[in-house]
Design a protein around this ligand. Structure first.
Ligand SMILES: [Zn+2]
Ligand SMILES: [Zn+2]
Length: 343
């Protein structure tokens, strides 16, 4: 089979590789569509400290089950599936608490183990979720990143009528904002990139506002939109330590903040602002089967149409190395890119 391997930063190769022998309780999947995550671009640029090399990238996928080793009740050959691409150990403290998404030795496809930018990938049956055969492959491939957003929204504990500020209008941020809106909340979205703000404004016309956090009147605007009380919740999807720290001063008293982006820098919170609000601060890591199922329900009801958020698409062949390089250079212009494995 062919696979897209990242040998080291900026060194991608479309090459022939062998599939390992299929393990008991695992399936071989034939890829149909794989979407490119911000973390794949990060890995390409050498910016992800958790990345290991050489590595086949990719963890957001739609596939068809090609072969199964051992008995299986939930999954059959020919099923269209999505993958929960994080393997937990099952016995560390987090796993024992039912928080496998925060496993102390979480192994993520495309990061710690070979991923899905390939003709085939293998996975434990327990990590597969069967979707409707009619679901569009691109919609199915985007369920994983939307489940990341869903997990953050669930961590936020939102109630209908709450006002939510989502910082960062990348795919995860916009996905969280759209799902907060579906949960009955009023949404303010912010991003420093003008193109991302315009994209969000086009796809989410009912948000209260889409703001620029670098605008000198940003804090005043957020206060005005929330009756001078601040949002009930702030979901920070920027991965930017300055944003993650300064957002505390925008939050309402008694409010909750959820970080869904990773910052490699220390987050310097204003202790007084944090204290007087009795701020609840949570992180959101990966996603669970409940989050995947929630997103699948929203997609099947037509409440979310993930493919509408795709801006770039290519076929998976010898050209894919150049295409990936071009997408990386385009930066913020590539809101979401997808590779299709079938012509
Ligand atoms: Zn991802
Ligand atoms: Zn574990």
């Amino acid at each position: 089979m062919y696979a897209l391997t990242l040998n080291k930063p900026f060194d991608l190769e479309y090459q022939q590789v062998e599939l390992p022998i299929l393990q008991q309780g695992w399936a071989t999947l034939r890829l149909v569509a794989v979407s490119v995550c911000g973390s794949d671009f990060h890995a390409y640029r050498g910016g992800n400290p958790m990345q290991t090399y050489p590595r086949i990238l990719g963890h957001e996928l739609c596939a068809v089950v090609e072969q199964i080793c051992g008995p299986s009740e939930s999954v059959r050959v020919g099923d269209k599936v999505v993958l929960m691409p994080y393997l937990s150990c099952g016995h560390c403290k987090a796993c024992r608490k039912g928080k496998g998404n925060a496993c102390s030795s979480l192994s993520v496809y495309g990061v710690h183990r070979d991923g899905a930018m390939a003709d085939y990938v293998q996975a434990p049956l327990s990590q597969l979720i069967v979707v409707d055969p009619c679901m569009e492959p691109i919609d199915a491939a985007l369920i994983e990143p939307l489940a990341i957003s869903a997990h953050a929204v669930r961590r936020a504990g939102l109630k209908p009528g709450d006002t939510v500020l989502v910082s960062g209008a990348g795919f995860i941020g916009l996905g969280a904002a759209l799902q907060a809106e579906l949960a009955g909340c009023s949404v303010i979205l912010s991003d420093t990139h003008e193109k991302r703000r315009a994209f969000a404004g086009k796809h989410a016309p009912d948000f209260l506002a889409v703001l620029d956090p670098l605008d000198p009147s940003y804090a005043v605007q957020v206060a005005q939109l929330t009756s001078q009380e601040g949002p009930d919740c702030i979901i920070d999807a920027t991965g930017n330590a300055v944003s993650m720290a300064s957002n505390v001063s925008l939050l309402s008293n008694g409010g909750r903040m959820v970080y869904v982006g990773i910052s490699k820098d220390p987050i310097a919170l204003d202790g007084r602002a944090f204290h007087i609000r009795e701020t609840e601060l949570l992180d959101s890591r990966a996603a669970t089967i409940e989050d995947f199922q929630h997103v699948i329900d929203l997609v099947q009801q037509g409440l979310l149409v993930p493919s509408q958020l795709v801006t770039h698409c290519t076929h998976f062949n010898g050209q894919v190395v150049d295409t990936f390089r071009q997408w990386n250079e385009l930066g913020g212009e590539v809101f979401k890119a997808v590779m299709l494995m079938t012509e």
